[in-house]
Design a protein around this ligand. Structure first.
Ligand code: ADP
Length: 229
């Protein structure tokens, strides 16, 4: 259970600070697939970074199973992120000098997960495990980043516009994979997007605008094949 209360985050902006998270409160149950939906600049990425402990907030609480991560020291926060969370970004953030397998191992090593070979098979990268990221297509790179995220065995998976850099066919494939894996492993998945169609895949849609939550809606999820692009 993730309980977020009264989050406030500002950026300096001359005399008047820019408020990017304006009194955000939310409850997310274990195993939910939640989409945070809103236009560019509405604060979605900042919210994701704050919830996952990547960025600090001015005030408010972020409680994972009763532990408020805003109260943790830097080293406690690092071990929290290591044990609890994984990230998939639009721009992959792979290590360019490491092979596919080495990139995936970086995730696996953090939690001593030994199933790297299985994960390579699961994401369909068998035969390409010794290539560098520069020798892969965009969809393949995103599969490496998902494999690295999965290898950490997260309790919560954060995805920031994971298909933003991909064409439709590849984007659909990546979403299918993310959703199937989330169902199989049972972790919570929180995905940020500006795409209304992608939001229809989730159990819960959180709408944001100008740093505020403008609505939280339960949703009957559609399948990837049912949504428009
Ligand atoms: P979204 O993900 O919805 O596109 P962001 O969370 O990236 O929105 O940004 C929300 C607002 O915060 C935007 O106005 C953006 O310009 C501003 N912002 C984001 N990061 C910074 C930063 N490091 N310094 C100053 N302003 C920032």
């Amino acid at each position: 259970m993730l309980k977020i209360r009264n989050l406030l985050k500002e950026y300096e902006n001359g005399e008047n600070p820019l408020i990017v998270l304006n009194d955000i409160s939310l409850d997310i149950d274990d195993g939910e697939f939640v989409v945070v939906l809103g236009p560019s600049g509405s604060g979605k990425s900042t919210l994701l970074n704050a919830i996952s402990g990547l960025t600090d907030v001015k005030s408010g609480q972020i409680e994972y199973d009763g532990i408020d991560i805003t109260k943790l020291s830097e080293s406690e926060l690092t071990s929290f992120r290591r044990g609890y969370t994984s990230f998939v970004f639009q721009s992959y953030y792979l290590m360019p000098v490491l092979s596919v397998k080495q990139n995936i191992k970086m995730g696996a090593n953090l939690t001593h997960n030994k199933n790297v070979e299985d994960i390579i098979d699961n994401v369909g990268l068998r035969g390409k495990e010794n290539r560098l990221p520069s020798e892969l297509s965009g969809g393949e790179r995103q599969r490496v980043s998902i494999a690295r995220a999965i290898a950490k065995k997260p309790k919560v998976m954060f995805c920031d516009e994971p298909t933003g850099a991909l064409d439709e066919a590849t984007g659909r494939m990546i979403l299918k994979f993310l959703i199937a894996n989330q169902k199989k492993e049972g972790y919570t998945m929180i995905m940020v997007t500006h795409n209304e169609n992608i939001a229809e895949l989730s159990n819960k849609i959180i709408r944001m605008n100008s740093g505020k939550i403008t609505g939280v809606f339960d949703n009957s999820p559609k399948t990837v094949d049912e949504i428009r692009w």
